[in-house]
Design a protein around this ligand. Structure first.
Ligand SMILES: Nc1ncnc2c1ncn2[C@@H]1O[C@H](COP(=O)(O)OP(=O)(O)OP(=O)(O)O)[C@@H](O)[C@H]1O
Ligand SMILES: [Mg+2]
Length: 315
């Protein structure tokens, strides 16, 4: 087995006989990194079992995570629903996923049926280290929760006179070697925390609700993204995901065709309007757990395949 130091990302070989009994019994095991001398609790996400992971789609444990932010300034378009279900689907496929909730609403944890004691706030303020802030939400899926306390952090970031846009990147800097995907849910609107997300992520996924004026909201957002891209070339709009597609009425289909014409290379298959998606959160379940045979489950499975570029993902 390999233990990854959460501070310096150095990997250390350890005997499974030494580690497994502790993990199974739930007792705390601490390790000290030989390279940086950092002492940390050995948690499942700091451990890699090369044998168990031999068949998983990303074979290189040292590969860096793809950093995808799910964002659009307009509210209620399906950002959190998409972040949570995309993350769950990737995790079910076998990828190691960290879901980061950067919204003061803290809805990602609620949708997963979790109540994290700490989260992104404590990581950003440096109060706690990553292991104490990250919660294991499902197999292969870890959560760095958001919530009300992020409002205070935003004020701290705002007051920084230098490098304010890099605060999130600094806080997450040692985490990306431990995951295949880091998916970030964002709040509606436009603020310093979203700017921070766009300085950390490399890929942008935009959910566009096929309801009212989606194209206006999208073009406004693309202008703001353009202003970030002037300073940060690595960030790219990769996916536009139409949401709330209701095939019973004509309007959304017309909007979908318009999007297809305007963004042929970025447009993904739509997520249909499905009441299961509105109900699943109150049970703390992903769509795959709540209604695996539903239309929305098939739609999000398709999105998992598209994003992972793995046609066999999550069959
Ligand atoms: N395809 C869909 N069909 C039906 N209901 C949906 C669908 N997608 C999301 N919902 C529901 O619509 C509401 C808004 O979705 P969600 O919270 O994901 O949007 P959001 O963009 O994250 O909102 P906010 O901007 O407030 O963060 C939620 O109640 C969610 O359960
Ligand atoms: Mg949301």
């Amino acid at each position: 087995m390999i233990i990854i130091c959460p501070k310096c990302s150095r990997k250390h070989k350890v005997s499974p006989d030494m580690v497994t009994p502790y993990i199974r019994s739930g007792k705390k095991l601490f390790a000290t990194c030989k390279a940086c001398k950092y002492r940390f609790p050995v948690l499942p996400h700091t451990l890699i079992d090369p044998e168990q992971n031999a068949g998983r789609p990303v074979s290189e444990p040292e590969s860096r995570a793809r950093k995808i932010c799910v964002t659009l300034s307009k509210g209620g378009v399906g950002k959190t629903t998409t972040s949570v279900n995309l993350s769950c689907g990737l995790a079910l496929t076998g990828y190691r996923v960290l879901l980061v909730d950067t919204d003061t609403q803290g809805q990602s944890a609620y949708m997963l049926g979790k109540k994290p004691a700490a989260g992104l706030t404590e990581l950003l303020t440096g109060e706690l280290n990553p292991d104490e802030c990250i919660l294991e939400a499902r197999k292969n899926l870890w959560l760095l929760g958001g919530g009300k306390s992020l409002a205070g952090v935003k004020r701290i970031i705002d007051r920084k006179s230098f490098g304010a846009e890099w605060a999130l990147s600094e806080a997450l800097s040692n985490l990306d070697r431990q995951y295949d995907f880091i998916v970030m849910d964002t709040a509606p609107g436009w603020d310093q925390l979203i700017v921070n997300v766009l300085f950390y992520a490399t890929e942008v996924l935009v959910p566009v609700a096929l309801e009212v004026m989606p194209l206006h909201g999208l073009s406004e957002f693309l202008k703001s993204l353009g202003s970030i891209q002037k300073y940060r070339k690595e960030i790219e709009l990769k996916y536009i995901v139409p949401t709330f597609l209701d095939t019973r009425i004509k309007g959304p289909q017309t909007l979908y065709s318009q999007l297809k014409r305007l963004y042929p290379d970025k447009l993904c298959a739509p997520v249909h309007y499905d009441e299961n998606l509105a109900e699943a959160p109150s049970f703390g379940k992903s769509i795959f757990e709540f209604a695996p045979g539903s239309r929305a489950s098939a739609d999000y499975r398709e999105l998992v395949r598209k994003v992972s570029m793995n046609d066999k993902a999550f069959l």
